[in-house]
Ligand binder design. Structure first.
Ligand SMILES: Nc1ncnc2c1ncn2[C@@H]1O[C@H](COP(=O)(O)OP(=O)(O)OP(=O)(O)O)[C@@H](O)[C@H]1O
Ligand SMILES: [Mg+2]
Length: 257
């Protein structure tokens, strides 16, 4: 039987600099999407320091390391996440493993195969959207995940180093893959700061790379309820739905799917 690639959009949540909020945004987006009836497939694409499982407080028996070693298929490691599967939607995790030699040294052909398998993975219910939590940085693995996605959701804070690294990711994606699929999420920022960050990045990309304007997907404020949820291994979208960060994420969703 021939398996056709999914038509579900695939979003790579990426950043240049680390610690800007990718993992927590990925999980909150997944929870909100599931509430709206989407069937979300989550790939832990942080091949160095995977931690979606930690944040979800689940203990996978098999993970991507087994898949790369040929000991399991993606279907074998698919882990339903009931706490995020609210309403008619669902969330399924493809877990990674932190600090695993095989994963940290994943080759381009292995990764290409993994992404192909991801698109052809048959699950019940069928995924309607795929999210990849990409590792920070601009290494070949990160660039490939972004280049193979429908859109790269580039997360940055207003910190100058985060902004510089975000530009580096846009530049390398364009120069090495001919990909200009980036949409911007400015995290831990006021409206004014977020708008300034967007203007600076889009101006640089237009002037120096001759890229079209960079869409601004959303500006997420710093929110202590959100960080408290992260620390307690909870998902703010579920435990603090009225928090300003979750509300900002909700307003971003219609522009995404
Ligand atoms: N909008 C926000 N308000 C308050 N705290 C936030 C917000 N976004 C992220 N944080 C905090 O920033 C920290 C880093 O978040 P997270 O782990 O999601 O980042 P990351 O980009 O995935 O990091 P890494 O690059 O190491 O994978 C967490 O402690 C989280 O609580
Ligand atoms: Mg992370």
């Amino acid at each position: 039987m021939t398996t056709h690639p999914t038509t579900a959009p695939l979003f790579a949540i990426a950043s240049g600099k680390g610690g800007v909020g990718k993992t927590s945004l990925t999980l909150n987006l997944a929870a909100l999407m599931a509430q709206q009836g989407q069937h979300v497939l989550l790939l832990d694409g942080d091949t160095g320091l995977a931690n979606l499982d930690v944040q979800l407080n689940v203990q996978p028996v098999k993970d991507l390391a087994h898949v790369l070693a040929g000991q399991a298929t993606l279907a074998d490691i698919a882990l339903p996440i009931p706490q995020l599967s609210q309403g008619k939607g669902s969330v399924t995790l493809l877990p990674g493993r932190a600090g695993h030699a095989g994963l940290t040294s994943v080759t381009q052909p292995q990764l290409t195969q993994l992404l192909t398998d991801l698109r052809t993975l048959t699950l019940t219910p069928s995924p309607t959207v795929i999210l990849i939590d990409v590792a920070a940085g601009v290494a070949p693995a990160q660039l490939l995940m972004c280049a193979q996605s429908t859109a790269t959701l580039l997360v940055t804070t207003p910190d100058p180093s985060s902004l510089t690294d975000a530009y580096a990711l846009i530049k390398l994606l364009w120069q090495q893959h001919g990909t200009a699929n980036t949409r911007l999420i400015v995290n831990q920022a006021s409206k004014t700061e977020g708008t300034q960050v967007h203007t600076r990045l889009t101006t640089a990309a237009e002037n120096f790379l001759k890229l079209p304007p960079l869409p601004l997907l959303g500006i997420i404020p710093t929110d202590k309820h959100y960080s408290q949820a992260v620390r307690a291994q909870r998902i703010a979208a579920l435990t603090a739905p009225q928090s300003t960060a979750v509300e900002a994420l909700e307003t971003l969703l219609p522009n995404l799917v």
